[in-house]
Design a protein around this ligand. Structure first.
Ligand code: GDP
Ligand code: IMO
Ligand code: MG
Length: 425
């Protein structure tokens, strides 16, 4: 059995949580492969909205196991809060959640370092979620990190102190050596973490695959925030692309099956960094308002703009996307027209390939316009009932990418999902 992957094709917040929840009854295991509590994955059903940060989005489905993979970075305080909130709602998290021994831990000092680094960058700040993501992955690749499995070792306390001392030194480079380190809650939370089911997740997953179990790897962030292929340096610190599912779960490349690419009918970005199709006018503000485009983790307003096909095609290429899922078409209902960027004008001429830099002034988007659909889509349940203007938009995107559109999402609720074909073999 192959492992399917689901990921964001833009700058995050495409609606990954919703689609994982929709697809999860078809899977035995949902496994998060990278990122950490910088993510906010929203799902809605029975009139309740849930936001998950570290826990995979299959947690509400009976009979589905959820794994936090080795590629994820965990803030035990945030994870404890997430688990408690779900338990208060009656979700039996303990029996459905496994945590990799090799996942790295976010320390309180990682968060202080994240903040200090951002402050020092001034006008060039990344717009990090300040969850300590960058410094934790730096410690991982710098071979200083602290893993969940290390909590089980006898010298845990000593090793923790040694890393905190290193961080204190680094903080002194930012003149922040006197910052108070809020560690009491963290130390309590790691004791709690030890009571959860901690596993060798790479062994567990490979055995499950061998036994014919269906696994869906859930990505966080989006391809344009990838550390290698995103709009560097305005990116996150992990590989958000499909290859990240291999390293973040211990799954061999030849085991990867379908790749579900999630994108919005327009584009959003939260935090700093280039965004060629950004609408900084009233229309951008209108889409932000209609789409309720405010971050699920930080509450920050998301910048809004038109769909960017060079970026979408780049993402499709890097990820090997086999199914497209378009979200939030309902938000655009009633606009006079919608635009799609098909090319960029650059100093070297016109291109539909995403250039090395898409910084302001380097590329000028070239658009085609479409008449917009006027109908309220949120109650439509069948593909054939979608307005013809939306059909034309979908077909244009399919033609441009060469990839079939499998889902058109018309609202935040689980039920507001229009599938065009059987999604899971
Ligand atoms: P994720 O990080 O990719 O899981 O996405 P987020 O949860 O951060 O952001 C997506 C937002 O859009 C959430 O508030 C969802 O409830 C909402 N959403 C998802 N799909 C749709 C849709 O088709 N229409 C509308 N109007 N909202 C949607
Ligand atoms: P989900 O999984 C949108 C952005 C931040 C910032 C940059 C680096 O919900 O789609 P970091 O805290 O990772 O160092 O921040 O990445 N960012 C996200 N934007 N959705 C996310 O996750 C994001 N996670 C990080 O805003 O620009
Ligand atoms: Mg999100």
């Amino acid at each position: 059995m192959k492992v399917d992957v689901l990921l964001g094709m833009q700058w995050g917040d495409e609606g990954k949580g919703k689609i994982v929840d929709v697809l999860s009854p078809d899977y035995d295991i949902i496994a998060r492969f990278q990122g950490g509590p910088n993510a906010g994955h929203t799902l809605e059903f029975e009139g309740i909205k849930h936001v998950l940060h570290t826990i995979p989005s299959g947690i509400f489905r009976d009979g589905v196991l959820n794994i936090i993979g080795n590629g994820v970075v965990i803030d035990p305080i945030i994870l404890l809060k997430e688990v408690s909130t779900l338990e208060d709602m009656g979700v039996d998290v303990r029996s459905k959640l496994l945590i990799s021994k090799k996942a790295h831990l976010i320390l309180p000092t990682h968060k202080l370092l994240d903040k200090a680094s951002e402050e020092a960058k001034g006008g060039k700040k990344i717009g990090s979620t300040l969850k300590g993501i960058g410094p934790t992955y730096m410690d991982k690749t710098g071979r200083n990190g602290f893993r969940v499995g290390d909590l089980l070792s006898e010298d845990f306390e000593q090793r923790y102190r040694a890393l905190v001392e290193k961080h204190r030194h680094l903080l002194s480079l930012y003149n922040k050596q006197d910052e108070e380190i809020p560690e009491t809650e963290w130390l309590k939370a790691v004791q709690w973490l030890k009571t959860m089911t901690i596993v060798d997740s790479e062994h567990f997953l490979n055995k499950a695959v061998k036994d014919g179990k269906k696994v869906l790897a859930e990505g966080a962030q989006g391809a344009l925030l990838d550390i290698d292929f995103g709009t560097y340096p305005y990116v996150t610190s992990s590989n958000t692309v499909s290859a990240g599912a291999c390293t973040g779960l211990g799954i061999a490349p030849n085991r990867i099956g379908e790749v579900h690419g999630i994108f919005k009918a327009y584009c959003t970005r939260v935090g700093s960094g280039p965004f060629p199709t950004e609408l900084t006018d009233d229309l951008g503000a209108l889409i932000q308002k209609k789409g309720n485009e405010f971050g699920a983790t930080t509450g920050r307003p998301r910048r809004c703009g038109w769909l960017d096909l060079p970026a979408l095609n780049y993402s499709a290429m890097i990820n090997g996307v086999t199914h497209l899922h378009m979200m939030k078409a309902d938000v655009l209902s009633g606009l006079d027209e919608i635009k799609v960027c098909t090319h960029y004008k650059t100093a070297e001429g016109k291109t539909s390939d995403l250039p090395f830099s898409i910084d302001e002034g380097k590329v000028e988007p070239v658009y085609v316009s479409f008449p917009c659909w006027k109908e309220d889509l949120t109650g439509i349940t069948e593909y054939r009932d979608l307005p013809k203007e939306l059909n034309a938009y979908v077909e244009f995107i399919e033609k441009s990418t060469g990839i079939p559109m499998s889902i058109v999402s018309v609202g935040p609720d689980r039920s507001q999902t229009i599938a065009r074909q059987a999604l899971v073999a």
